[in-house]
Ligand binder design. Structure first.
Ligand SMILES: [Zn+2]
Ligand SMILES: [Zn+2]
Length: 266
């Protein structure tokens, strides 16, 4: 069995990750990966939108850093991608941004439930106390559904991100998952098993078993990602993620090249 590709890793250009792509690639080779992909936080329309992503004028530098890793580690397949923030109304901008290069895949993630609140930002944790958790989850999953319907992305990132700080609504969230996954099944977009959740307060892979089980029933394809923000996080807890995927029934995962999907045995 070969390890599934680690498709979610960052670079220092996003200002909250350490290590160059070559360092991540070296670690991946040590661990026995045959394929990885960089998907750093993409620029926003305005560079002052927030402080945790590359600037617009750094996009070429990002591509060059990944290309350098490709050159240094020819034995490793290294895909070039972006983690793009999905916000309703940003679709035209996302199309313009992603047309600036050829990408192997795009991860569409929802971090923002409004233009100003990124729900996973530790600096804004107090905002959660002012809000009804279920209402936040509803807004989040409405946006995630729009992201899945948009056909802008190959993969949807960390599908149940609102659980990050361990704040969970008492209500049953199954209807929210259903709506999102129906959209994903319709457009064919994949979801990722993101092991970063194990390193957060929620101490659980994104998405939960419940959500993943539903995804399998609806034939939604999967990818894997460590969401590494440091070389030491490459491939972290992949054994747990593979076990989770298999336990709900998955036997295949997908890989991408030039935004074309290929299924491989898990
Ligand atoms: Zn990040
Ligand atoms: Zn993310």
């Amino acid at each position: 069995m070969s390890l599934p590709a680690d498709y979610h890793m960052h670079t220092p250009l996003c200002r909250h990750a350490v290590g160059e792509p070559v360092d991540y690639a070296r670690r991946a080779v040590e661990l026995g990966f045959s394929e990885i992909g960089f998907s750093d936080h993409s620029p926003m329309r305005r560079d002052d939108f927030d402080n945790w992503r590359m600037r617009n004028d750094q996009l070429d530098e990002y591509v060059a850093k990944v290309q350098l890793a490709q050159k240094e580690f020819p034995q490793l397949t290294i895909r070039l991608a972006l983690e793009v923030d999905y916000l309703p109304g940003h679709e035209t901008w996302i199309r313009e941004l992603t047309a600036r290069h050829l990408w192997d895949y795009l991860i569409g993630s929802v971090h923002y439930v409004s233009e100003s609140w990124d729900i996973d930002n530790p600096a804004k944790l107090s905002e959660w106390k002012k809000r009804d958790a279920f209402e936040v989850w509803q807004i989040y999953f409405d946006r995630l559904t729009l992201a899945a319907e948009s056909k802008l992305f190959e993969i949807i990132g960390h599908a149940d991100l609102p659980k990050k700080f361990g704040i969970r609504p008492p209500q049953d969230c199954t209807p929210l998952y259903e709506k999102f996954l129906n959209a994903a099944a319709k457009t064919g977009v994949a979801i990722e098993l993101n092991t970063a959740g194990l390193r957060k307060d929620c101490q659980e892979i994104y998405p939960s078993r419940d959500l993943l089980q539903l995804a399998f029933q609806k034939n939604v394809p999967i990818t894997f990602g460590s969401d590494a923000h440091a070389p030491g996080e490459v491939g972290l807890n992949f054994a747990d993620a593979i076990a989770l995927a298999r336990s709900v029934g998955y036997t295949q995962q997908c890989r991408f090249k030039n935004r074309q999907r290929e299924f491989v045995t898990l």
